[in-house]
Ligand binder design. Structure first.
Ligand SMILES: [Zn+2]
Length: 236
């Protein structure tokens, strides 16, 4: 057992007893961690979820349930709490993260991406973060070229069984993808192109619908928070 410190954030608290909880955390150095919090509901603990900071914990050798000693919010990120355009999207990011990542699975870039979220870039940052999580987990489909005939999918594409098709080769049962969403999906593999794209609210929703649908079939479970996310984002 070893006492360790790492940059990280707590994305979910699950009540365990009246006073204790299990915190689910994403950390820069260890990926996903489960942390037991003996006094989770005292005023002193006062943990806000989805705010980056520093996690102080005891790493157990014989269990995946570690012990949280303390969490210090980084004041530079307190704005995440007050900005629903950011906090709603981070909530979705970590719902996806929780469904596709294993405990302590290596994740090299997610920390950098979430600490760069702000109100102005929130739509494009969300899509890119989602794409990077799928890619780093080996779940992202190849977009840009049809997996059946090899043609570029400029006129729009379709997704079925984790493969991307052009409109001509798309199986009958597939998720049809319009030109605008196809363009964004193709740009994701080329960061110099992607960073110059302006993504509207409707395009963000269109791309998220595709990525969520794909994630649900890969993870074998529904992402229940997505319906609420869409309703809340629309109300901003
Ligand atoms: Zn084709």
């Amino acid at each position: 057992m070893e006492r360790l410190f790492t940059p990280g954030l707590i994305y979910k608290l699950i009540k365990y007893t009246d006073s204790s909880a299990v915190a689910l955390a994403f950390t820069r150095d260890f990926g996903k961690l489960k942390l037991f919090m003996p006094k989770a509901y005292t005023k002193k603990s006062g943990i806000m979820t989805l705010v980056p900071g520093e996690i102080d914990f005891l790493k157990k050798d014989n269990s995946d349930l570690n012990k949280l000693y303390g969490f210090r919010h980084d004041p530079a990120f307190m704005g995440f709490v007050e900005e629903p355009a950011v906090s709603l999207r981070l909530n979705l990011v970590f719902d996806v993260f929780d469904s596709i990542y294993e405990t302590e699975q290596k994740e090299p870039v997610l920390w950098t991406m979430i600490t760069r979220f702000n109100k102005e870039n929130a739509s494009s940052a969300l899509i890119y973060t989602f794409y990077a999580m799928l890619k780093n987990s080996g779940l992202m489909f190849d977009c840009g070229f049809c997996s059946a005939c090899g043609k570029e999918t400029r006129g729009g594409g379709a997704l079925a069984g984790g493969l991307y098709y052009c409109r001509d080769c798309a199986p009958d049962v597939s998720l049809k993808i319009g030109c605008g969403e196809d363009l964004i999906l193709r740009a994701l593999g080329r960061p110099e192109l992607y960073k110059n794209l302006k993504i509207s609210g409707a395009q963000e929703e269109g791309v998220l619908d595709i990525l969520i649908c794909h994630t649900e079939s890969a993870a074998g479970r529904k992402l229940k928070s997505y319906g609420a996310f869409k309703a809340l984002i629309a109300s901003l």
